[in-house]
Design a protein around this ligand. Structure first.
Ligand SMILES: [Mn+2]
Length: 419
């Protein structure tokens, strides 16, 4: 039997507006340690986006390292991979020290990829399974298309390149079972059909370049569990193997406020049966509220909520208020904020409801959301529209190189904080 905890998308160092979330992270990580203590899992898998930025602030680094040092005493296998928010190189610098603790951190993709296949061992040293620990894979980690390849099939090319490079080495003939032990695949990627939250992953998907939508069928049927990160809403993806997004541990933005955040405790029996997946809700330290309605409704709600968040209560709550108005109201923000004065409920934003996106959608039948397209698809579509022809392969390749450079540039701390 093999048991493990699957979590991802911690985003340590993330702020909500100007509000720091260190306390929320500390409470979560302490709770996670207690979970590990109570259930003694064989492994802890963290599928990317450990930090919110590629250059994490000192308190974020300290909190993370302190957690890992404590966790290493509670669990024989800890595997942490980089997400698109993490700096692969910076995470890899921790390797020599983490190795001593017996903790695996995988920042960048390995060449050959076989180095990403890690054994799971009991304290006695006995191997009980394997984890293919894939960090976030950038378009530049994939081989370019062959000369003459039809660029309209870029997405298809990317999918097959991804499969050839990162999946097939572990699934070829004779490797189906890796000694009949369970195989778990970790990834930080977007499976087409996955349900996104409004704001949290949107910029990230665009960054993911051409590999935004991998099909669920990319995973080999003999894998036992696919431990994914990237989408902040927990969900299972339909496929021949169990594919799970565990989601972020608590609401990082207001768009993540309305569902239960969790970690997953997975048990794989030695037999070939499907894993038992237990979803364990994470207690919230800070409550986030989305308050919407007309002026009357909003005022009533806030009056009521203010009473349940008296100033003496220990935990703060934050609200985003959206008011639908028939006509403009002057000093709307001041009026709303005044209602919660003297309470522990803090209004972080007040906005008028807008239906601009809806009306735009109605204007055109062929309306496609920008976040459903890869940067390359946007480029090719724009080219077609402007020149009424297909872009030359060299041009697309030049675009890809530029995009790669821009993505590296975006990893620089100053600009990262804006996403
Ligand atoms: Mn994330």
């Amino acid at each position: 039997m093999l048991t493990f905890i699957h979590t991802s998308d911690w985003h340590i160092g993330r702020k909500l507006g100007h509000i720091e979330r260190y306390q929320d992270h500390e409470v979560f990580l302490d709770w996670l340690l207690k979970q590990m203590e109570a259930s003694s899992p064989d492994a802890l898998l963290v599928s990317g986006d450990i930090f919110d930025s590629s250059n994490p602030p000192i308190p974020a680094m300290r909190m993370f390292i302190e957690f890992v040092v404590k966790a290493a005493t509670l669990c024989p296998n800890i595997i942490l991979t980089a997400g698109n928010h993490d700096s692969p190189g910076r995470l890899d610098t921790l390797r020599p020290v983490f190795d001593i603790l017996g903790v695996h951190v995988v920042g960048s993709v390995s060449d050959p990829p076989s180095r990403m296949l890690l054994p799971l061992t009991k304290k006695s040293g006995e191997t009980i399974g394997h984890v293919l620990a894939m960090p976030y894979i950038r378009p530049m980690d994939l081989p370019p298309p062959n000369p003459g390849e039809d660029v309209r099939n870029t997405t298809l090319h990317m999918i097959s390149a991804f499969q050839q490079r990162y999946i097939e080495p572990f699934t070829g003939p004779g490797k189906e079972t890796l000694n009949d032990l369970p195989l778990i695949i970790m990834g930080h990627l977007f499976i087409s059909g996955g349900d996104t939250t409004d704001e949290s992953e949107r910029p990230i998907q665009l960054e993911a370049g051409s590999i935004v939508g991998l099909p669920a069928s990319i995973f080999p049927p003999h894998a036992d569990y696919i431990a994914l990160g990237h989408l902040h809403r927990p969900q299972m993806i339909k496929g021949t193997v169990p594919i799970a997004y565990c989601g972020s541990p608590f609401p990082l933005t207001f768009s993540e406020a309305n569902y239960t955040h969790r970690i997953l405790k997975v048990t794989l029996d030695d037999s070939s049966s499907r894993p038992a997946i237990e979803s364990v809700p994470v207690p919230r330290n800070t409550e986030l509220y989305n308050i919407t309605g007309d002026m009357n409704t909003v005022c009533n709600l806030l009056n009521r909520m203010t009473k349940s968040h008296p100033p003496a209560s220990s935990s703060k709550a934050y609200a985003r208020v959206t008011v639908s108005l028939e006509k403009p109201v002057s000093n709307l923000k001041e009026q709303i904020i005044e209602l919660t004065e003297g309470s522990n409920l803090i209004i972080l934003s007040v906005r008028r409801s807008e239906n601009a996106a809806d009306s735009l959608a109605q204007m055109s039948d062929s309306y496609v959301r920008l976040d459903e397209l890869t940067p390359e698809q946007v480029f090719i579509t724009k080219y077609r529209e402007t020149y009424n022809s297909e872009p030359a392969l060299q041009l697309v390749q030049a675009f890809r190189e530029l995009l790669g450079e821009v993505l590296i540039e975006m990893d620089s701390p100053n600009q990262r904080d804006e996403t």
